[in-house]
Write a protein that binds this ligand. Structure first.
Ligand code: BGC
Length: 422
């Protein structure tokens, strides 16, 4: 592969350039979690089980060694509530020790750990009590956060309470429909977020849980930088659809950004854009390039998501890109996509937006919530031997991290129809 050449932007001092994973997607055998239960029950709508995943529960030192050798300076991973508190109020000291060792392991290697407390999976006991729909949810999550503070005290600065609460609120509606038989289907087809309304009660419960965890974490260590991460949908209003797009976007994204106005940072997670017409969401335009998840190939989504997030949350809250990437079997497309995405980030930086890092999704090929087919990884994983093989994209992005530079492009104009603020 010939690495792309072109203008580069020198990154600000301390900029984090690394990669992300989540526990359920890479650890394997997360048997106490609600996702594991759903994957393994008879007649499940989930096409493929997570099983051993990438066995990162045991192989995390190798993952971190690789990231460091490749040139990265940061690693985002999540700690698993179902392992830390396998039964309500029962804390596994071994799990706490395990994740403390991961934090220390990252720091020893010169990787800044960015730690997520909740990345889609909850303990089975939590879901059995109603999960995020339960009035107890915020208190239970805050109690877990106070245990997690012991892990973070090993040297974490950046902690995300909840990953993509906006997707969780949608998933609640989808799971309720599947359970009631209102909706059928399996795999990705069962999860088309454009066709459902986010659960409004769950939305409020997630915001309460985030705020409660924020307080607990800051009380444990006022130096912690606490935030959460939002799935940025980059809604693009077609002509005549501005109001429809606003109405669609607010409960699905902006309400969660508004809730981050008092936070220490905000996580941007962007992959593609979503067009909204006068009658609502539109499918990907015929002939447009799509990725293995069926999403439109649209790398500029990253810069637009950063701009929209900064406009809604406010300039006083720094942005961390906690996820951006592409599901593809063609690694040259990954480099092309990431080059353009980073150029759109460079343009936002040049415009004065306070972006503090870029964490690519994903470090490893992993379990994509029902299937191993969409490969997002910079590093390939053999499903039988678990051997890790960095792809050329990993070497390319790692070299940029080592040089402290990213691709730069012409200043991006914001295309017509893209909302800049909430
Ligand atoms: C999630 C990841 C997921 C990725 C790609 C994000 O919504 O946080 O867990 O793998 O997108 O679908």
């Amino acid at each position: 592969m010939t690495p792309p050449t072109g203008p580069r932007l020198t990154l600000p001092e301390g900029f984090l350039l690394g990669a992300s994973t989540s526990a359920h997607q890479v650890e394997g055998n997360n048997v106490g979690s609600d996702w594991w239960a759903v994957e393994n029950r008879p007649g499940t709508f989930v096409a493929e089980r997570s099983g051993d995943a990438a066995d990162s529960f045991h192989r995390w030192p190798e993952d971190m060694d690789l990231l460091r050798e490749l040139g990265f300076n940061a690693y985002r991973f999540s700690v698993e509530w179902a392992r830390i508190e396998p039964e309500r109020g029962h804390v596994s000291r071994a799990a706490v020790a395990h994740y403390r060792a991961m934090v220390l392991g990252a720091l020893e290697r010169g990787l800044t750990p960015v730690v997520t407390l909740h990345h889609f999976t909850s303990p089975q006991w939590f879901s059995a009590r109603g999960g995020w729909a339960s009035p107890e949810a915020a208190g239970l999550f805050a109690a877990y956060a106070s245990v997690a503070a012991e892990i973070l005290s090993a040297g974490v600065r950046h902690v995300a309470t909840i990953n993509e609460p906006n997707m969780i609120a949608l998933m609640h509606t989808m799971i309720r429909r599947l359970n009631s038989g209102e909706q059928t289907g399996s795999g990705a087809a069962a999860f088309d977020p454009s066709t459902v309304e986010p659960d409004a009660e769950v939305t409020q419960s997630l915001i309460r849980a985030h705020r409660a965890a924020y307080e607990v974490l800051k009380a444990a260590d006022p130096g912690l930088r606490v935030g959460w991460t939002v799935a940025n949908q980059v809604y693009r209003a077609e002509p005549g659809a501005a109001e429809v797009a606003e109405a669609h976007a607010h409960p699905r994204e902006d309400v969660f950004l508004e809730a981050a106005r008092e936070d220490d940072w905000i996580g941007v997670q962007a992959y593609t854009r979503h067009r909204i017409g006068p009658d609502g969401p539109l499918p990907v335009e015929p002939g447009a390039e799509t990725t293995l998840t069926g999403w439109e190939y649209y790398p500029e989504a990253l810069g637009l998501a950063i701009r929209h997030t900064a406009a809604v949350v406010g300039p006083h809250v720094p942005v961390l890109v906690t996820e951006n990437g592409i599901a593809t079997g063609d690694d040259e497309r990954r480099v092309a996509y990431t080059t353009e995405a980073l150029a759109s980030l460079a343009s936002a930086l040049r415009d004065g937006i306070d972006v503090r890092g870029y964490l690519h999704w994903s470090a490893l090929d992993n379990y994509e919530w029902g299937s191993y087919r969409p490969t997002f990884g910079l590093i390939a994983v053999d499903p039988r031997t678990f051997a890790r093989t960095p792809k050329p994209s990993a070497r390319w992005l790692g070299a940029l991290a080592r040089a402290g530079e990213i691709p730069d492009g012409a200043p991006a104009a914001v295309p017509a129809g893209v909302r800049s603020a909430g």
